[in-house]
Write a protein that binds this ligand. Structure first.
Ligand code: ADP
Ligand code: MG
Length: 717
């Protein structure tokens, strides 16, 4: 509900202004007017400190800088108007309203108010002035505003404020205006020295010019001081150039900040010690011999890189990239075997139950013959099972422990953790990785191997994973034929089902993947179950299985096992099959409502077929009409099987937040930077970051403190 501005126009100026004395790390409650209740609301927005509040930038602005002549109003726009009251009367429509006509000598406007008191009525009847901000509509008697924000004046009001009005992301029980007041209070009270002042961080290229025009809250120029850029964006004058400069200044600071945090983390790891794991018992050779295939050249190369890292006394921090099906698991197995040679434990963490179970099976098959104990620990096991596994891990009986994040939950102690392997990194937040460092009782850190099938463009790897060395498997195992991809409208579903039948008649198997609009909007079970029942009735000659995330763990495992054994022809599933499922005999995949999924996810899904030597097919079924973006996605997928090319495109179409899955984990990597729009700044951020590291320790410290958030401990390496 909009309120008359006259009633609640309290400003921070009411409070005495003690000067810029507040450290940026102070809790928001240090500011006048923010009590525990308000602090709780701010916390929901991720705002805990004065710094957080200052960095909470508006997501849009309202232009109330200019009072628009009533003859120039534009229907549908939000505008500021000023006029003198001509008539004002109560009208009885569907709702009782006060209908006031104001004029400014050029034109007239009707203002319809539903909430009004005696005082408002009195001013309105006495020929006073009214200033309103709201959407202009075409009403029954000419243009009107329906319950705009308004303010009454006895005299003609002065010119409007020259700054744009910020609109902030808020939460229940908090309005943007109030947040704006707090932000202004924070800007007044906070010591600007907490933020970086460095001309190299000015986004404009001439850093000398930037240094000159900066330091003041520049109307133009490159903003050498981050604080000035931020302050400007909270209440900017409508100057597009200056606003762009301020944004660019902040984005560069943020990108540099992220890079520096990563670098710090890396230095920190370099300074730490790890258990050296050089070659010892030649178990790797045994593994190689019993694999049943030869390593590709790429696999051999990255395996050597990994083992080489592990041999030293420094913790390995390595990212292993490789497209779906490139064969990352076997590399992980070699690393695990090496740790086992030293009786050091290995933790392999997977993002889903299915994937954890799959890894458990694969590793048991490969490692048990070598006398290495493998255990599984997931959240869905019974308490007794879990306790047994926990004990085995604690006593060191399970040398290799495979699991979901349950593996790193409280209560799981490792006897001697030497290596942590994290599969499908994009599903875990960066922060989850950090939990690892507390897993040893001595000062040493476990080695870390992070595997991802989301190919990250190189420019981004530099910045996003500056804390890691990167190995890439850039070659698929031999004999793979690219998956034939078709795009078909739902109208051709019958034809598609016939194709599935043909594949199954030839002894192959198929996936039928059901997508969901929103994870919580629709019961995932429902979509898959309905499809399962429908297909089972339509094609009684085929054996169907059903897998979705809400199935009890043992049932899900049973279904997956019979699919693997070939007892099920068609597995109807939600996107739980997205990662990790490995059934080479499955050569056909149908993805229903493929238009709902992003490129990377579709590519991942498709990677479940084409794992054996047989030609595989993937049908992307869509429900028309297709949006332009969805059409483009499906087209790209049909044309390309190359994960890297697809990732580049995905970045353009969706932005990295979704691509890297940070949105799924609820972790927001960047506040303002958008890696798809701002990626051109990434190489510059790396350059500037390196230079600061070499020359300007103080700025490094400030930038890290500004952006590191929960990781401030790294700031003090
Ligand atoms: P991803 O990189 O997607 O995790 P996986 O490790 O699951 O891929 O491997 C995919 C499939 O390819 C598995 O069935 C695996 O056994 C097989 N595979 C891996 N490396 C080779 C190889 N060098 N030759 C033949 N098959 C291989
Ligand atoms: Mg894998």
């Amino acid at each position: 509900m909009t309120k008359a501005a006259t009633d609640n126009d309290r400003t921070v100026a009411e409070h005495p202004e003690p000067g810029a004395d507040l450290p940026a790390e102070s809790l928001v409650t240090a500011l006048a007017g923010i009590g525990p209740g308000a602090a709780e609301k701010l916390k929901r927005l991720g705002i805990g400190t004065v710094r957080d509040l200052i960095l909470h930038l508006p997501f849009r602005y309202e232009d109330r800088t200019r009072s628009v002549p009533l003859s120039e109003l534009a229907v549908g726009e939000e505008q500021l108007v000023t006029g003198q009251v001509q008539t004002s009367r109560i009208v009885q429509g569907r709702r009782r309203a006060l209908l006031t006509t104001i004029g400014d000598g050029h034109g007239v406007l009707n203002v319809r108010l539903f909430h009004f008191g005696a005082r408002q009525r009195q001013i309105l009847q006495s020929g006073g002035w009214m200033r309103c901000f709201g959407e202009v509509r075409a009403g029954p008697q000419g243009l009107e505003m329906v319950h705009p924000e308004y303010r009454l004046h006895a005299e003609e009001p002065p010119a409007a404020a020259p700054e744009l009005t910020p609109v902030y992301r808020v939460t229940q029980g908090l309005v943007s205006r109030r947040l704006a007041m707090w932000v202004q209070a924070a800007l007044t009270r906070c010591d600007p020295a907490a933020f970086s002042v460095n001309a190299q961080l000015a986004a404009g290229n001439g850093s000398a010019a930037g240094a000159q025009s900066a330091n003041r809250s520049g109307e133009t120029g490159d903003f050498a001081a981050l604080f000035d850029a931020v302050r400007f964006l909270h209440a900017p004058t409508p100057n597009a150039e200056a606003m762009a400069a301020a944004r660019a200044r902040i984005i560069l600071d943020e990108l540099v900040g992220h890079y520096l945090v990563m670098k710090r983390r890396r230095e920190w790891a370099r300074a730490a010690a790890a258990v050296p794991l050089p070659p010892r018992r030649q178990l790797g050779r045994l593994l190689l011999r019993q694999l049943g295939f030869r390593l590709t050249r790429a696999q051999a190369r990255v395996t050597a890189e990994v083992l080489n890292d592990m041999a030293g006394g420094k913790p390995m921090m390595r990212l292993l990239q490789g497209d779906v099906g490139a064969g990352k698991t076997v590399v992980a197995a070699f690393a695990a075997v090496r740790a086992a040679e030293h009786d050091c434990q290995v933790a392999l963490m997977a993002p889903t139950e299915i994937l954890a179970e799959q890894h458990f099976e694969t590793l048991s098959e490969w490692l048990s013959p070598l006398g290495i104990g493998v255990g599984l620990l997931t959240g869905r096991q019974t308490a007794a099972e879990r306790r047994a596994r926990r004990n085995a891990v604690r006593d060191g009986d399970d040398l290799v422990a495979v699991g979901t994040h349950a593996l790193f939950q409280a209560g799981v102690e490792f006897h001697d953790l030497g290596l942590a392997i994290i599969d499908e990194q994009h599903r875990f937040g960066v922060h989850q990785r950090l939990l690892l460092r507390d897993r040893r009782t001595d000062e040493r850190m476990p080695h870390q191997l992070v595997m991802t099938a989301t190919p990250i463009p190189r420019t981004l790897t530099m910045a996003l994973y500056a804390d890691m060395d990167v190995s890439t498997i850039d070659e698929l195992p031999p004999g793979r034929k690219p998956v034939k991809t078709r795009v078909a409208s739902l109208a051709r579903r019958g034809e598609v089902l016939r194709q599935v039948r043909r594949a199954c008649a030839a002894g192959r198997q198929a996936y039928w993947v059901c997508t969901l609009i929103e994870a919580d909007e629709e019961d995932p079970r429902q979509a898959a179950e309905t499809t399962f029942q429908g297909l089972s009735a339509e094609a009684q000659d085929l054996r169907f299985g059903l897998a979705h995330g809400r199935l009890p763990a043992n049932e899900k495992a049973a279904v997956m096992a019979s699919f693997k054994a070939g007892d099920i022809d068609v597995l109807v599933a939600t996107t739980v099959v997205e990662v990790g499922v490995d059934v080479p005999n499955a050569t056909c995949m149908v993805i229903a409502n493929a238009e709902r999924l992003g490129l990377a996810q579709l590519h991942q899904l498709r990677g479940r077929v084409g794992r054996g030597g047989t030609q595989s097919v993937c049908v992307l079924l869509y429900e028309p009409p297709l949006s332009a973006v969805a059409r483009e996605r499906l087209r790209l997928l049909r044309m390309s099987g190359d994960g890297f090319a697809i990732a580049e495109k995905d970045l353009e179409l969706r932005g990295p937040g979704e691509m890297l899955g940070t949105r799924q984990t609820g972790e927001q990597t960047f506040k303002l930077a958008d890696l798809s729009a701002d990626r051109a700044l990434v190489p510059k951020a790396v350059r500037v970051g390196d230079r600061l590291l070499a020359e300007d320790e103080e700025t490094v410290h400030r930038v890290v403190a500004t952006w590191a958030r929960g990781e401030v401990e790294y700031a003090s390496v």
